[in-house]
Design a protein around this ligand. Structure first.
Ligand SMILES: O=C(O)C(=O)Cc1ccccc1
Length: 268
């Protein structure tokens, strides 16, 4: 089964996607990946959602909030960045904005004058480095190939740098079984204690939240939707009860159940 993810070849997303299937195809934006699954073009997609140093990939949060897809698995993988260039004489570092941010201290310390250029993926930055001797890329060291040198390895600001990816599928594959679940809530309301009520729906049933993230709804300033991950499957009574409360709180808005799923750790 083909799986669509962030390209070109050699991205961290590509590495995670290979755990789903070896037959990987690419898009150059997260919304392009989500659209490709939402439209039925592909049955599997892999998108980066969260990094242990840099936090959420907001493009992914916004794309999945607006799509009709299912989350069927999460993949957690360690990220170790290398600096790749034709020679040490570069003046620009091109990479995915998350990679640049994860290596911020290293770059400031070792290359304070280098220009940082965000590009669509780490592998795209490495391609620029391959074409242009003034550019270095940050990515997985396997991307060096024959024409690039690994200038430095393990340049992320913390040694434990991990990224969480979501495996997405057509909405019909949404499952109730799994150790954790993801929902998106748009209350379309704003009153004192609204967020507290949302949290209580889970706390009252002893359900642990593993993530809560607010994103602007795009409708008006100060209006938010909430991405919530909790450690229970939709099949559990306590989850059903919590969701009933959440539906009530969001009666003027909507609740999207993205799926219950399990976690897979992938090393490469
Ligand atoms: O650009 C990539 O390689 C990606 O897959 C996105 C990304 C960037 C930095 C860390 C993890 C994932």
């Amino acid at each position: 089964m083909q799986v669509v993810t962030l390209g070109p070849e050699g991205t961290y997303s590509h590495r995670a996607a290979r755990a789903v299937d070896e037959d990987v195809v690419f898009r150059e934006s997260v919304s392009g990946i989500v659209d490709a699954v939402d439209s039925g073009e592909y049955e599997r997609g892999v998108v980066p959602i969260e990094n242990s140093i840099e936090g959420s990939v907001t493009e992914t949060l916004d794309a999945i909030a607006n799509a009709d897809i299912a989350v069927i698995q999460e993949i957690v993988t360690p990220i170790r960045h290398a600096l790749l260039a034709q020679s040490p004489n570069f003046d620009t570092v091109a990479s995915h904005s998350q990679a640049l941010a994860q290596c911020r201290s290293y770059l400031e310390r070792e290359y304070p004058d280098a220009e940082l250029e965000p590009v669509t993926s780490t592998a795209r930055g490495v391609e620029y480095a391959r074409e242009d001797a003034t550019v270095a890329g940050i990515g997985h060291p396997d991307n060096a190939g024959e024409d690039l040198t690994v200038i430095a390895e393990d340049i992320q600001d913390r040694s434990s740098n991990a990224t969480r990816f979501l495996v997405i599928a057509p909405v019909e594959e949404r499952a109730d079984g799994g150790g954790k679940s993801t929902i998106v809530v748009y209350p379309n309301a704003n009153y004192p204690g609204l967020l507290l009520e949302l949290l209580e729906a889970f706390a009252d049933r002893d359900i642990n939240l593993s993530r809560i993230e607010s994103r602007p709804s795009g409708n008006r300033l100060g209006d938010y939707l909430f991405h919530i991950d909790f450690d229970a499957g939709f099949y559990e009574d306590r989850a059903q009860e919590a969701l009933e409360d959440v539906e009530e709180i969001a009666e003027n808005g909507w609740v999207k159940r993205l799926g219950s799923y399990d976690k897979r750790h992938v090393l490469y």
